[in-house]
Design a protein around this ligand. Sequence first.
Ligand SMILES: Nc1ncnc2c1ncn2[C@@H]1O[C@H](COP(=O)(O)OP(=O)(O)OP(=O)(O)O)[C@@H](O)[C@H]1O
Ligand SMILES: [Mg+2]
Length: 394
Amino acid sequence: MSTPTTHDTPLLDSVEDTIDRFREHGYLVDHRLATTVFLQTRLEKPVLLEGPAGVGKTQLAQSLAAVTGRRLIRLQCYEGQDESKALYEWDYGKQLLYTQILREKIGQIVSDASDLTEAVDQISAHDSIFFSERFLAARPLLEAITSEEPVVLLIDEVDRADEALEAVLLELLSEYQISIPEIGTIRAEQLPLVVLTSNNTRDLSAALKRRCLHLFLDYPSPERELDILRSKQTGLTDALAARLVEIVRGLRELDLRKAPSISETIDWARTLAVLGVDELEAGLLSDTLSVVVKYERDLRRAGEALPRLVDPNHDVPDAATPQTQTAPTPARPHAEREIEGDVDGRAARLAKDQPGRHDSDYYGAPGGLGAARKVSPGQGSRSFAGRGARKRPV
Ligand SMILES: Nc1ncnc2c1ncn2[C@@H]1O[C@H](COP(=O)(O)OP(=O)(O)OP(=O)(O)O)[C@@H](O)[C@H]1O
Ligand SMILES: [Mg+2]
């Protein structure tokens, strides 16, 4: 086999080019992710994406294939998967068919054998014919290596595979080759772009991580999540979409078994658009909560939190609110409210308000994204760690 071909013309010109090209294909990458993908095309290293469900790991590989015009070959990993389903297996049916067709010829080969041992010896001299590439059934990994056209190879949810399969991957990931005892080593003619994804249900080996450009893909910033929502043309206005993003971020902070992902934010936005909402109020959000929250216990928790997420002042004690007040307080700028003191309990509500969740726009015109609360860096990993631990107890 010849030396693997490197990319003659660059697949991506720069990090900025990467961002633009992915956007053209409907996938929005931030600078960090774009840098990793760009480097992958230059360093010819696999990329390992770890992160919670629904943050776009699989979609990244699909978009990479679209951006580079390559075919996508996908290996979906699962528990108990053996390497014959990932690498290759011998095509027994074909071998059998050939021996049937060649029965006469085989008979001639052993016709002068004096006993069984001699006959077996004579046939075994022809073993290699039946264990040649002709009788090899390529599975995704071998298919990616032997493809004449360069491909994108997606090894999806590698954490679900057993350690044995993970070990099998090591040779492929570092050398772009596969060793088959009966045949020898098959090296890639065209280097595939390899993307591995993991939901972190178990730790991957250091050996595997070392061979890859590693990136933790977390929930996106509010700006990017809104950008993604816009790009999906959900039918929701920008103002409502911005509020929805904020509410979903609030849900992610709850101790849920499965935090809502980007895809669920998209689904929720589409659902609300279909219902023709022009205001996000707790009742309607609660009725459609099952679009984003998928466990009964989570539904209860999220349902309880919704009124507060929709209006952080919701939990004001009754005593602080005069009996006569029935209509909601009209919107006023934050500074104005602060100097008013505790007239009609507003100071009590302000005291309970969570700083930073909303800017002054929230109480009047729909807020821009400046209103969105900054999420602590550990937020995704917290829900994520919890989810991982529950998903596959060890
Ligand atoms: N950056 C993004 N740009 C555009 N769409 C995105 C982005 N990230 C996620 N999405 C949307 O979210 C959906 C879910 O993404 P995907 O299936 O790739 O998630 P995942 O991380 O592989 O989840 P899982 O771990 O459950 O397999 C995608 O189909 C896409 O519509
Ligand atoms: Mg996936």
